[in-house]
Design a protein around this ligand. Structure first.
Ligand SMILES: Cc1cc2nc3c(=O)[nH]c(=O)nc-3n(C[C@H](O)[C@H](O)[C@H](O)COP(=O)(O)OP(=O)(O)OC[C@H]3O[C@@H](n4cnc5c(N)ncnc54)[C@H](O)[C@@H]3O)c2cc1C
Length: 382
């Protein structure tokens, strides 16, 4: 009997973990293809540490081709650009198509830069992370960086905070003395975290001389304009603004929520097409609200793997019960981090060491064979 075709689109956190779990399947019965525009997937948890010089860039990269190889999956280096879920066919940017019996989407979310486009090449969106890493590297390498470099980070969530503090440390290490603002929008700094976390992060930002501006910013020629009409001239701006769903999904006939994310049930199965699953930032659960975070994506991976096979075999699927209080560790510089867990918070060097340990363990767990070139190098532990 012909093997059933499972196609995984995107090499995000959820699919990396799903592939690990799928390595044990009956390979004669289930054939898997992973589609990703690059074999290298940057791990967002460690990229701020790379900006401060804690990690080599290669230590922050998952090797998707290797993960696919280990799972006995085919790796296709391309973008998915369209999908006919009823006929079971996904279209790739090179004009080819892949038929599938079951499909899973883990393509993440995009950074919404709609209000900042006037900044042109001064704008560095944090995603796609590979592009961000390249842009940040070339910015630091510029010989003509003014000594009083003016940088704004737009976005008051955990990513905006981590990137602000990492950028401040990275620039000072490069002998640049930046003038920095973190523009949070009207909801202010870390609106979804408890007051204790906010206070500790505020202290870290103040120590790093990053000014917090709780206003909306619009890109203008040469900088940004704030709500109160003040214009901030800038040398560069990093966008860590809210997530936006990938536009191509709107042409797929899948059920989407109001923001364009793929609507899924508790088994992470599309509410319109049972042969389609989705996990990570690209999905929206219809039974409950889940924040978009790597932690949730990682934990959904093994359940997704189980459900893809179970659905193809007509067996019962599992529901994914996300943690009510996922532990969030926000790095606040080269040697410090803040922990946010439900209403509780803590900070200090021990939190940073805990985060470092968790991140390294996660990356090691994805290195499926010993001695390969992208093994994490030892960072500079404080
Ligand atoms: C600076 C920063 C720090 C962060 N730190 C943390 C943290 O410490 N903890 C935490 O929980 N969360 C953190 N986050 C959030 C976290 O990055 C996301 O929630 C997480 O990456 C979501 O994972 P995902 O599985 O949805 O997919 P992603 O990690 O977004 O990956 C999606 C993949 O799909 C690929 N793709 C996209 N479109 C297509 C297509 N059309 N065809 C094929 N492939 C495609 C992309 O290239 C990418 O490889 C951070 C975010 C940022 C920006």
């Amino acid at each position: 009997m012909k093997a059933k075709e499972i196609v995984l689109i995107g090499g995000g956190h959820a699919h990396a973990l799903a592939l690990k779990a799928l390595a044990d399947r009956d390979r004669a019965k289930f054939s898997i293809t992973l589609v990703s525009p690059s074999r290298w997937q940057h791990y967002s948890g460690m990229v701020p540490g790379w900006m401060t010089g804690q990690y080599e860039l290669e230590a922050c990269q998952m090797d998707l081709r290797q993960i696919a190889d280990h799972a006995g999956a085919r790796f296709v280096e391309d973008w998915a650009v369209g999908l006919d879920a009823t006929r079971g066919c996904v279209f790739l940017s090179d004009g080819s198509h892949l038929p599938f019996d079951a499909l899973s989407l883990d393509v993440g979310a995009e950074v919404d830069t709609t209000w900042l486009t006037a900044l042109h090449d001064k704008l560095l969106p944090v995603k796609p992370m590979a592009d961000f890493a390249r842009l940040w590297q070339s910015l630091l390498a510029r010989a003509d960086l003014p000594p009083a470099f003016k940088l704004a980070i737009v976005g008051g969530g955990a990513a905006g905070v981590e990137v602000s503090l990492a950028a401040a440390a990275g620039l000072r290490k490069a002998q640049v003395n930046p003038t920095m603002a973190l523009i949070t929008g009207r909801r202010g700094l870390l609106p979804d975290h408890p007051p204790g976390v906010r206070q500790q992060v505020e202290r870290a930002l103040s120590r790093a001389s990053v000014q917090v501006v709780a206003q909306q910013a619009v890109g203008i020629e040469g900088g940004v304009m704030l709500d109160d009409g003040l214009e901030l001239p800038l040398d560069a701006a990093i966008a860590a603004t809210g997530s936006r769903a990938p536009v191509w999904l709107s042409l797929t006939k899948l059920d989407l929520n109001e923001q364009g994310f793929v609507s899924v049930n508790a088994c992470h199965q599309s509410t319109s097409h049972p042969n389609v699953f989705a996990a990570g930032d690209v999905c929206s659960r219809t039974d409950r609200a889940i924040t978009r975070s790597g932690v949730h994506a990682v934990r959904a991976g093994p359940i997704l793997a189980h459900n893809l096979i179970a659905w193809l075999q007509g067996r019962p699927m599992k529901e994914h019960e996300p943690r009510r209080w996922p532990l969030q560790l926000i790095s606040t510089g080269p040697t410090n981090a803040v922990a946010s867990w439900g209403p509780l918070s803590a900070s200090g060097n021990w939190v940073w060491r805990l985060k470092d340990q968790i991140d390294r363990r996660f990356m090691r767990s994805l290195l499926v064979r010993e001695g390969l070139p992208n093994r994490p190098r030892e960072g500079q532990t404080p």
